[in-house]
Ligand binder design. Structure first.
Ligand code: NAD
Length: 64
């Protein structure tokens, strides 16, 4: 059981569309934390990671 306090403010992950960031986002979102991904999409193909996160977690994910 997760005993951490859930916050109202999202966890911001810069580079959250990339390999490390998207897996961190998935882990936090799976724990019920809201996540804000900030990414300039400069690495080709990372949009697919965002689509995967959005499909899996929906509303708790915000992308900037
Ligand atoms: N399947 C795999 O095992 C796999 C896949 C990819 C990468 N890797 C490894 O993971 C490591 C790299 O992962 P990572 O997550 O650090 O890199 P990444 O390139 O996957 O992610 C970096 C992210 O930062 C974003 N970004 C870059 N500059 C930015 C800026 N100025 N502002 C906002 N966003 C910005 C990019 O668009 C990208 O989404 C390497 O060791 C690589 O070999 C492994």
């Amino acid at each position: 059981m997760n005993t951490r306090n859930r916050r109202d403010a999202p966890v911001a992950i810069i580079g959250g569309s990339g390999f490390i960031g998207s897996n961190l986002a998935d882990s936090l979102l799976s724990d019920g934390e809201p996540v804000l991904v900030i990414d300039n999409l400069s690495r080709p193909g990372v949009e697919q990671n965002l689509e995967w996160l959005a499909q899996k977690h929906g509303g708790r994910l915000t992308v900037e």
